[in-house]
Write a protein that binds this ligand. Structure first.
Ligand code: NAD
Ligand code: DAU
Length: 350
């Protein structure tokens, strides 16, 4: 793992991952390919912008010739594919871009990767690749659909995606799997639960609630607020990805989660309490169509087989996250101008 292509590295998890990797390893080079959609923000990476080990390229994972040029120029041995449309609510109003980026983009990236890593790419039977190369696709627990009140998702749970977002992620997972089975491409897929932490775009539950609390705006809770998510601090997701890159068995899927289930309303009340606000701000709004009731990750494969475990408790992670937003008000103020206001009006009409 020397020359890493990170796609979608200007987003929430991708930027945290780049900081994590450059902080941990001295001998790596990272190229961040990001289209800078509404959720991509170079400010997330300002601290490493001048680091000689880091290069930013603005571009789309659907752009085959750009990808090919990058492979020829930087000789990547590792690809970590974060680039995606990532928000369920946006997928409900505009599903098509989710198919374009998440499915076609991933397939384009797989194609170019295979062409550059296979020792004889013109031969459809060739399964010989350069040494020590790996394609890691970042997926989500949402591909498994929704759980009832008991049980957890294992890597063997059937895929049953319920939103256009999760359907597009499940489709991309299937494409990654197919490139492994058909062409022998050395891949892994990780499926993580809900992340929270610095640099998360405030369309997602935790930063949205923090931002609204700080401005004394209503806190829009969907339905009864009793939907359950399994929360993981983003740095723990990054350490899990690093673990899979170093120790993952080729072709395997790894679930990532920290056994931390919470109902949405619990999270909202905790943020209110930490920020010293009133629960009167809570406003129950119409539920998200097709809303998954509960997610929970069985992480025993990655913990027992690869020796990964989360380093942060939820209490530590949420404390750090709230403090980060409190000390980075300039970041959030720059993010919530312009198109965010239009989005907010559309999503949460008065
Ligand atoms: P994000 O929306 O914050 O970031 C996505 C990034 O991808 C942005 O920088 C955006 O500009 C870039 N991008 C979008 N389309 C692109 C394209 N066509 N070409 C190149 N770049 C493009 O999302 P995130 O929360 O950081 O999620 C990253 C990945 O992790 C996604 O694949 C998501 O499905 C997965 N994931 C997210 C979570 C979570 O809780 N946020 C949990 C599990 C898995
Ligand atoms: O589980 C992993 C997934 O987690 C990732 O794959 C997605 O990229 C990521 O966006 C996240 O999806 P969710 O839909 O779970 O996250 P979101 O923050 O949008 O919502 C979390 C829960 O909070 C969900 O039950 C919906 C609810 N919610 C969300 C918003 C934005 C509200 O009640 N009100 C809101 O305003």
């Amino acid at each position: 793992m020397k020359n890493i292509l990170v796609t979608g590295g200007a987003g929430f998890i991708g930027s945290n991952f780049i900081h994590y990797m450059l902080g941990k390893y001295t001998d790596i080079k990272v190229v961040n390919l990001d289209a800078l959609t509404y959720s991509g923000n170079l400010e997330n990476l300002s601290a490493v912008a001048d680091d000689p080990r880091y290069t930013f390229v603005k571009g789309d994972i659907c752009d085959q010739s750009l990808l090919d040029n990058l492979f020829k120029k930087y000789l990547f041995d590792t690809v970590v594919n974060f680039a995606a449309e990532s928000h369920v609510d946006r997928s409900i109003t505009d599903p098509q871009i989710f198919v374009t980026t998440n499915v076609l983009g991933t397939q384009t990236l797989l194609d170019v990767t295979r062409a550059n890593w296979n020792l004889n790419p013109k031969d459809k039977y060739s399964r010989k690749y350069k040494d020590a190369v790996r394609f890691l696709h970042i997926s989500t627990d949402e591909v498994y659909g929704a759980l009832g009140t008991v049980g957890k998702f294992t890597e063997l749970s059937p895929l049953a995606p319920n939103s256009p977002y999760s359907a597009s992620k499940a489709s991309s997972d299937m494409m990654v799997r197919a490139y492994h089975v058909t062409y022998g491409l050395p891949v892994n897929i990780t499926r993580c639960s809900n992340n929270y932490g610095p640099y998360q775009f405030p369309e997602k539950l935790i930063p949205l609630m923090i931002n609204n609390c700080l401005k004394n705006k209503p806190l829009p809770v969907y339905g009864d607020g009793m939907q359950i998510r399994d929360w993981l601090y983003v740095v723990d997701h990054c350490s899990a990805i690093d673990t899979v890159l170093r120790k993952g068995i080729v072709g395997e899927v790894y679930n990532i989660g920290g056994n931390n289930e919470k109902a949405n309303i619990e999270i909202v009340k905790l943020i209110i309490q930490k920020l010293g606000k009133s629960e009167d701000l809570i406003t129950y709004v119409a539920d998200r169509p097709g809303h998954d009731r509960r997610y929970a990750i069985d992480n025993s494969k990655i913990t027992t087989q690869l020796g990964w475990s989360p380093a942060y408790t939820f209490e530590q992670g949420i404390e750090q996250t709230i403090n980060w937003y409190l000390t980075h008000t300039h970041w959030i103020e720059r993010v919530v101008v312009g198109s965010y206001q239009d989005y907010y009006q559309r999503m949460y009409p008065d």
